[in-house]
Design a protein around this ligand. Structure first.
Ligand code: GLU
Length: 625
């Protein structure tokens, strides 16, 4: 997001900001439009002819300073979080307010129709805890849900654009639980800036425009989605103002009636009616979903301990099952350490080709294990998967001079680590999404939040709940439709009230008990590799957090080929990797990460993407001059 920048940002006074927040008004006023012409308006005029909501701090990829930090993909949303921090709110307050704002400005990636994972560090208690706000399947689903009568998998895209993949949303309940546990403000106050952005609008940037265009065809299958997101029959132009008064109304309802309006009230009834009988343009129809109001009422977010692993003496905290993020990132880092010992050369000292070779081998290995063991089932061997003993055993396949043949077999995380475990190779790459959004927050007290939220694909199921302005997720397509490897148990088949496996990897790193780094990314299964690569870039290769985000990415996930961005794939590094036997395909961009580095003396460096997805927005409360 983001094309607007006030020509001369005015630093607001504390009092004005506090007053703005108390009134539910994000104090983000002056907005310059990218052209000299007045921005074209979509939807209804802002109430009282109010201007669209902008941001005061500039949209930059790296900002250093103090007083708290927020990094997200969008400057309007980051500014909301900064305003909360500046007015005395804590990291949870800012994360929830920013997430709600992202639901307005990034409605194809996140929002109240989706789910996510919230990882929190409490600076006073020195404790990391998580909330699992993943969407859940209806109680009637079983492992045949996405199969044809002959047992084959249903067509993926047909399922996506229907009521069938819509899981019970977890996002509103996540916000409520996070604020109850760790917040210092009322949820109704924290959702006010988002309501205002929905009502008064924001200036459309090239990314929003393009995402709408890319989805225009499937959006037009659903008249309500077309009405809200294709005003005038087309994607809102870059530089125009986009307002979503229906979403403002939904947010107002959540503010005044609480999130039960969705889980037990009229918003929920409308949602269920639409899932069970999606409204499509005349002459077309899509499959109905099975969600009931009982599924909504029974939904709970879950407090969970994080996955904890150790790497270079640091404590890495990530998300547990049903995410494969915490174990995936932890295993990759452990494998890289194991390769150091096995080769006698440190990953920090090797050249770019050898570094990416190691990273690729570690990632492919971790994905073989993830695909075999991770899912929303009992008995996932989480502790073993992130143990150094398991990584040491798994590293026995590694060669510094040749890529391991793909697909790699999965290992045996059984606590008995003598030699190489072997088993059936798993050759099918589970589906990847490309959507989602990650935000990182640190407050002045050193509390931190890493929060990744999603509606799965960019544009989710493409179904908008009539009158409420938000798109429903298609998260249940994250289940495997059929077993990944015939004859091998697959923990990620659909089941009653089950949560689909995720790759989302909101990550918090502590160093000797001190908050060190907050990070995460969208990008489907590549989330795991992107997050691990940022950590390795920073801790192993000595890159600043900004440079670690900007560095070209590679994603190897145990398929016969691996993706790399052009700076790797199309240059000498790619040639070097190919010479080792890697099959590399060039892909324009991988991930859209955010991170915050906490320096030894508390200096905060917020980092976002310089260019991917149009660039993100890193902000701190008091920028260093
Ligand atoms: N649904 C994906 C997951 O939970 C995220 C989607 C994406 O980032 O594209 O892993």
């Amino acid at each position: 997001m983001g094309t607007l920048r006030s020509a001369a940002p005015v630093r607001p006074t504390r009092r004005r900001l506090a007053a703005g927040l108390a009134l539910g008004v994000a104090a983000t006023l002056a907005v310059a439009t990218p052209s000299t012409a007045a921005p074209q308006d979509h939807g209804h005029p802002g109430r009282g002819g109010r201007p669209p909501v902008g941001h005061q701090l500039p949209k930059v990829a790296v900002m250093t300073g103090s007083g708290g930090a927020v990094s997200s993909v969008d400057p309007v949303a980051s500014q909301v979080g900064i305003d909360v921090l500046r007015a005395g709110g804590n990291a949870t307050d800012a994360a929830v307010a920013t997430a709600a704002a992202l639901g307005v400005t990034e409605p194809y990636s996140t929002g109240i129709g989706g789910g996510g994972f919230f990882v929190h560090y409490d600076a006073r208690k020195h404790r990391v805890q998580t909330i699992d706000g993943r969407e859940a399947a209806p109680a009637t689903y079983d492992e045949n849900q996405f199969r044809n009568a002959d047992g084959t998998a249903k067509d993926f895209d047909t399922v996506v654009n229907s009521g069938q993949p819509v899981g019970v949303p977890g996002t509103p309940a996540t916000w409520e639980r996070a604020v109850d546990r760790w917040g210092s403000r009322r949820l109704s106050t924290l959702l006010a800036p988002a309501e205002r952005i929905a009502r008064d609008g924001f200036v459309v940037d090239a990314t929003f425009h393009q995402q709408t265009l890319d989805n225009a065809e499937r959006f037009s299958t659903f008249p309500e989605t077309a009405r809200v997101f294709l005003p005038g029959g087309t994607a809102p132009a870059t530089g125009s103002v986009f307002r979503n008064p229906d979403l403002a109304r939904a947010l107002r309802l959540l503010r005044t009636e609480g999130v039960d309006a969705l889980y037990r009230g009229r918003l929920g009834r409308d949602l269920v009616a639409q899932v069970r009988n999606p409204t499509t343009t005349p002459g077309t129809s899509v499959a109905a979903g099975e969600m009931t109001t009982r599924d909504l009422a029974r939904y709970r977010v879950l407090d969970k301990d994080p996955v904890h692993s150790r790497y270079r003496g640091k404590d890495i905290y990530g998300m547990p099952v049903p995410s494969s993020g915490g174990t995936g990132v932890g295993e990759i880092l452990n494998l890289v350490e194991a390769y150091d010992r096995r080769t006698g050369t440190k990953t920090s000292d090797v050249d770019a080709v050898q570094y990416l070779h190691r990273f690729s081998e570690a990632s492919a290995t971790a994905f073989a294990d993830r695909n075999r063991y991770l899912g929303d089932v009992r008995g996932v061997p989480v502790r073993e998967l992130v143990s150094q003993g398991f990584a040491d055993e798994r590293s026995c396949l590694f060669s510094a001079t040749a890529a391991m043949p793909r697909p790699l077999p999965f290992g045996s995380p059984d606590g008995d680590y003598a030699d190489c475990g072997t088993a059936t190779a798993s050759g099918v790459l589970p589906h990847d999404g490309t959507s989602t959004t990650h935000l990182s927050v640190v407050d002045r007290w050193g509390n931190a939040v890493a929060y990744t939220s999603t509606i799965e694909q960019t544009g989710g199921s493409a179904i908008t709940v009539p009158g409420w302005g938000f798109i429903l997720n298609n998260e249940l397509t994250d289940f495997d439709f059929v077993p990944v490897t015939p004859g091998v148990p697959d923990p990620n088949l659909p089941g009653p009230s089950k949560r689909p496996r995720s790759s989302m990897s909101p990550t918090i790193v502590l160093d000797d008990g001190r908050l060190d780094l907050v990070a995460g990314s969208p990008g489907g299964a590549s989330i795991i590799t992107t997050t691990a690569q940022i950590l390795l870039g920073h801790f192993e290769r000595g890159l600043s957090v900004g440079d670690a985000l900007a560095a070209p990415r590679l994603s190897s996930r145990n398929g016969t080929s691996e993706q790399a961005e052009p700076a790797i794939a199309d240059g000498p590094t790619g040639a070097g990797l190919r010479a080792l036997g890697h099959t590399i395909t060039s892909t324009p961009e991988i991930g859209a990460a955010t991170a915050i580095d906490v320096g030894r003396h508390g200096l905060l460096t917020a980092a976002a993407e310089p260019t991917r997805r149009g660039g993100g927005s890193a902000m701190v409360v008091w920028p260093r001059r």
